[in-house]
Design a protein around this ligand. Structure first.
Ligand code: BTN
Length: 234
């Protein structure tokens, strides 16, 4: 059953969701006003001061084929929600939301497995909403407030969640193919030169398209390479 649990402070909403996964029900949303140990992708830290939106959705889908696509779906939902609020946001594959060329939202998705295999997926979302200063974020970052949009985290959260849960079953059952057109409409990198970094590996080329599975097809001097994970540098 869908429920929202709110906290003044947590170490990390993702860590809390993972620790408590066995007694939290499917579709539980954990929201924290601040995090003391907010985590980003690739073991980075996520600055979590008051004013940002920090939440995790705990999911226990029966069908697990399209788990990476749920992260892309969440990114698209955030992108559409902030656009509705007036931000000219767009997507940077696989699941960043940018505005003014800077990071507005990041998503850390973590699959938890146990003795019997897959147990849960935790989608952790950080949206820069009302922060006035993000100079300590460790990367170029922007908030809705800096874009001139005076919203609060409490106002933006239901817009994102309503959208996400409305399309959730469709993405669980049909994967990226069901959201590909909408995703591509917010993805401005087709035909653009990019470098994809994954750990110590890098691939440079031109973005050809996104496949029906949500992977990135990169035209390189050696031919077309299909990439399923990494950081896109533009
Ligand atoms: C990224 O590096 O782009 C992903 C950032 C994800 C941050 C969010 S904030 C809520 C949730 N809890 C965490 O510790 N991380 C995610």
């Amino acid at each position: 059953m869908r429920q929202i649990l709110r906290f003044d402070e947590l170490d990390s909403t993702n860590a809390y969701a993972k620790r408590n996964r066995s007694f939290l029900s499917d579709q539980t949303v954990l929201v924290a006003r601040t995090q003391t140990a907010g985590r980003g992708r690739m073991t980075r830290q996520w600055l979590s001061e008051v004013g940002g939106l920090y939440f995790s959705v705990l999911l226990k889908p029966v069908q697990t084929r399209f788990l990476p696509n749920l992260t892309q779906w969440m990114a698209l939902c955030v992108c559409e929600s902030v656009r509705e609020a007036g931000a000219e946001a767009f997507l940077k594959w696989p699941n960043d939301v940018l505005a003014d060329g800077k990071k507005l939202c990041g998503i850390l998705s973590e699959a938890v497995t146990g003795k019997k295999g897959f147990e849960a997926l935790v989608l952790g979302v950080g949206v820069n909403v009302a922060q006035a200063d993000l100079s300590q974020a460790g990367q170029p970052a922007v908030s809705l407030k800096m874009l001139g949009l005076p919203l609060t985290p409490e106002e933006i959260l239901p817009r994102i969640l309503d959208r996400f849960f409305e399309g959730y079953e469709q993405v669980v059952n049909r994967g990226f193919e069901s959201i590909r057109a909408a995703y591509l409409a917010r993805f401005p990198y087709l035909g653009k030169p990019v470098t994809i970094r994954c750990g110590t590996r890098e691939a440079a080329g031109t973005v050809q398209t996104l496949s029906p599975q949500g992977t990135l097809l990169l035209q390189t001097p050696q031919g077309v390479t299909e990439i399923s994970i990494g950081d896109m540098m533009v």
